[in-house]
Ligand binder design. Structure first.
Ligand code: SF4
Length: 414
């Protein structure tokens, strides 16, 4: 079974009718030769690849012309093994704003396989009838940023010129296909009563779920592109405050509500395995010592899970809240007296191993740096469409791999 991803190109903010006030790409300077972060895709001795130089900044030209998109589809189909099972439309710009969106849907619709739109703000939808058109052409799943059910808030914070039409498209899609609503929560703007209204609206429309995203405004909260703050002086919820809000909302509505960075109240993720002693028993035992470097949110649960498997080493939480957004600056502020000779960094962190080794050995202790597994758990976007067993399996796989690396590269215990 094959999966086709159709990239329409475009840049956030520029190819979505102007920047939403909370967009993480706002105020990002267009640099000719941006400094690469380093990442898991880089070659071992060269820091920098297209992903950690341009991809992460969505540093691309405008939308691709429909002819180029169609050529790419044909080329991809020719290389494909097996029957086409699903098509996903993606891009740096917003699909709803793609100038030839209807033509694209018709081309894809002729393939007669389910189409997913991984992300849209719906800002480009001005006529509610587009909902039926998309469904008629095979759209089966969409993640749709509503921000708020109040059209005035959508208009002001998302710069949506036709907020009522966009919300009507959302409503109509909910009646026919799987729709996941999304909203970045800006305290004192779309939280409180506005958020209650939004949850009620999404539930009444028949959406499958709502993913709430805590607004981040600082580098330690995950803004790694040098453009913080996104909104000057804006209050930000603490991780705990945000998690409590998500738990409370999820308990009061029938629709599934989860949040990122924390959490999925129905499944208990991230790190749902913490409450599953039988599964913890089944994980391999930790037999050697290696320091795990991670984000501040994940440090404690990872420590708990590894300790339940016989671990005796330290899990070091950096100042960065999200492990996947750790950069070399976070490693520069690690207290080297607290880490061992073998260090495992998050698989998807924006760090080049060679540079990490230099930085983490700058006290004269030669350290070995290993890149860990990509994922140890499921974030809200991932867990939204999963059941608990699927998430637990992901965590079992992630931790088994982490423990395997610890036992392979770690130091013998004294
Ligand atoms: S629609 Fe998304 S990518 Fe575009 S400006 Fe808004 S938040 Fe940014």
């Amino acid at each position: 079974m094959a999966h086709l991803t159709v990239d329409i190109g475009g840049s956030p903010g520029i190819d979505c009718r102007g920047f939403c006030s909370y967009c993480y790409f706002k105020r990002l300077k267009k640099e000719e030769n941006p400094e690469p972060f380093g990442c898991k895709y880089c070659l071992p001795f060269t820091k920098g690849c297209d992903y950690c130089t341009n991809g992460v900044r969505e540093n691309y030209e405008g939308f691709k012309d429909i002819r180029d998109v169609a050529d790419n589809i044909l080329a991809d189909l020719q290389l494909m093994d097996g029957e086409l099972e699903k098509i996903t439309i993606s891009g740096g710009g917003d699909p709803s704003c793609y100038p030839q969106f209807k033509d694209l849907m018709e081309i894809l619709g002729s393939m007669e396989v389910p189409i997913h739109i991984g992300y849209t703000s719906g800002k480009g939808f001005d006529d509610p009838d587009i909902a039926d058109f998309m469904v008629d052409n095979g759209l089966s799943e969409i993640s749709y940023t509503i921000f708020a059910s109040d059209p005035k808030l959508r208009s002001e914070y998302m710069v949506d010129p036709t907020p009522k039409a966009s919300l009507e498209v959302f409503r109509r899609l909910c009646k026919k296909i799987d729709v996941y609503a999304a909203a970045v929560i800006i305290p004192d703007v779309n939280d409180g009563e506005a958020l209650e209204d939004t949850c009620r609206f999404a539930e009444e429309c028949g959406a499958k779920g709502i993913i709430l995203m805590r607004f981040a405004n600082r580098t330690d909260q995950g803004l790694i592109l040098g453009n913080a703050p996104i909104i000057k002086g804006q209050r930000v919820q603490t991780v705990r405050e945000f998690a409590e809000m998500v738990i409370s909302l999820n308990s009061r509505y029938k629709i599934k509500i989860n949040g990122t960075p924390l959490g999925d109240p129905e499944i208990g993720s991230p790190f749902a395995i913490t409450d599953e002693p039988d599964l913890l028993e089944k994980l391999p035992r930790v037999e050697k010592d290696a320091t795990i470097i991670t984000g501040s949110i994940a440090a404690r649960p990872i420590q708990t899970i590894l300790d339940a498997c016989g671990n005796k080493s330290w899990v070091y939480g950096t100042q960065k809240e999200i492990a996947c957004l750790i950069t070399i600056d976070d490693l520069k502020s690690v207290d080297l007296s607290k880490i061992g000779e073998v260090v495992i960094i998050p698989g998807r962190s924006f760090v080049h191993e060679k540079e990490a080794t230099e930085v983490l050995s700058s006290d004269g202790v030669e350290r070995t740096v290993i890149r860990g597994p990509d994922m140890l758990t499921a974030d809200a976007e991932t867990s939204m469409g999963m059941d608990k067993n699927g998430v637990l399996q992901m965590e079992m796989d992630g931790f088994s791999e982490l423990i395997r690396l610890m036992n392979m590269y770690g130091r013998d215990r004294e």
